[in-house]
Design a binder for this molecule. Structure first.
Ligand code: ADE
Length: 240
C-alpha cells in the first residue's frame, strides 16, 4: 500500500519524464527495475523511457559511429541517428533540458539534482566511443554533466546515477518525505552515523544517547556528529 499523499500527488501531477538516449539500452535495464526507482514508476511519479540510437539509423548496417575527421584512434557517434532520435522526441513534447553526459561537463552535485527534480521532461544523451559529433552538442544540448573526474566507458552508468539522484527527490517517491532532507549534502553537511539492532554486538555498543528516547537530545547529537564528520572529511563543504 502506498501512502495516500503519494497517490494524490500522482493523480494531480503529470509524472516527470526522463528520456535516455543510448547505443547500449541493455546497460540501463537493471538500474530502473528495482527498489525505489521501480516503485517511483509504479506510483506514476516518473516515467523512464530508454531510446536506442540504432533504431534511428537509416543505413542497412544500422551504424551509429564513424571514424574521426583528422584521424586518430577511436570512433565518433554520428550526427544523423542522434538528431533523428532527438527531433522525434521533441515532436512528442518540449524538453526542459537536453543533457549530454560527458567527463568534460559541469560537475554533478546535490544542488543540481534538486534543481532537476522540479523539471517536467528531460532527455539525457549518453556519450560513447570518443564522444558525439561536436555539432550535436552545439545545436541540441542544453546542459553537459559529468559525475566526476574520471572516464567511464560510456555515459549510461552516469545517466543512471543522475536519474537516481533526481528521482528520489521527486515528492512522494520516498515514503518518509523527511528522509531525503536528511541525506548527506542536502544542507552542505554529511549525514551522521546510523545504527540498528542489536544494541550490542561483540561488545561494540550503540551510543547511549540513541537508546535514551530523548528526541531533542538525539537530534542535537546527530547534528553535532554531522558537523564533526563534515569538518573531518569534507571541510570544503563548510567553507561553502
Ligand atoms: N562519460 C564518461 N565518463 C563520464 C563521466 N565521468 N561523467 C559523465 N559522463 C561520462
Amino acid at each position: 500500500m502506498y501512502p495516500i499523499g503519494a497517490l494524490l500527488i500522482a493523480l494531480f501531477l503529470s509524472p516527470m519524464e526522463i528520456h535516455i538516449i543510448t547505443v547500449l539500452p541493455e546497460l540501463l535495464e537493471s538500474p530502473f527495475a528495482h527498489s525505489i526507482l521501480k516503485r517511483a514508476q509504479q506510483k506514476g511519479l516518473v516515467q523512464v523511457h530508454i531510446h536506442n540510437v540504432r533504431d534511428y539509423s537509416l543505413d542497412k548496417h544500422k551504424s551509429v559511429d564513424d571514424y574521426a575527421f583528422g584521424g586518430g584512434a577511436g570512433m565518433v557517434m554520428m550526427m544523423d541517428p542522434i538528431v533523428r532520435c532527438i527531433e522525434h522526441l521533441q515532436s512528442t513534447g518540449k524538453f526542459d533540458e537536453i543533457i549530454y553526459m560527458t567527463p568534460d561537463g559541469e560537475r554533478f552535485d546535490q544542488q543540481i539534482a534538486n534543481q532537476m527534480s522540479s523539471l517536467n521532461r528531460i532527455a539525457i544523451l549518453c556519450g560513447h566511443y570518443k564522444g558525439v559529433d561536436e555539432r550535436v552538442r552545439e545545436h541540441f544540448i542544453t546542459r553537459e554533466i559529468s559525475i566526476g573526474d574520471y572516464v567511464l566507458s560510456g555515459g549510461e552508468l552516469a545517466a543512471a546515477v543522475v536519474s537516481d539522484a533526481i528521482i528520489r527527490l521527486i515528492p512522494g517517491v520516498l515514503n518518509d518525505e523527511t528522509s531525503a532532507l536528511t541525506d548527506s549534502f542536502q544542507d552542505n553537511l554529511l549525514a551522521p552515523p546510523v545504527y540498528t539492532r542489536p544494541a550490542e554486538y561483540r561488545g561494540w555498543k550503540v551510543p547511549d544517547i540513541l537508546l535514551s528516547g530523548n528526541t531533542p537530545a538525539v537530534d542535537q547529537w546527530r547534528f553535532e556528529q554531522s558537523l564533526e564528520r563534515t569538518r573531518l572529511r569534507r571541510p570544503d563543504l563548510l567553507d561553502e
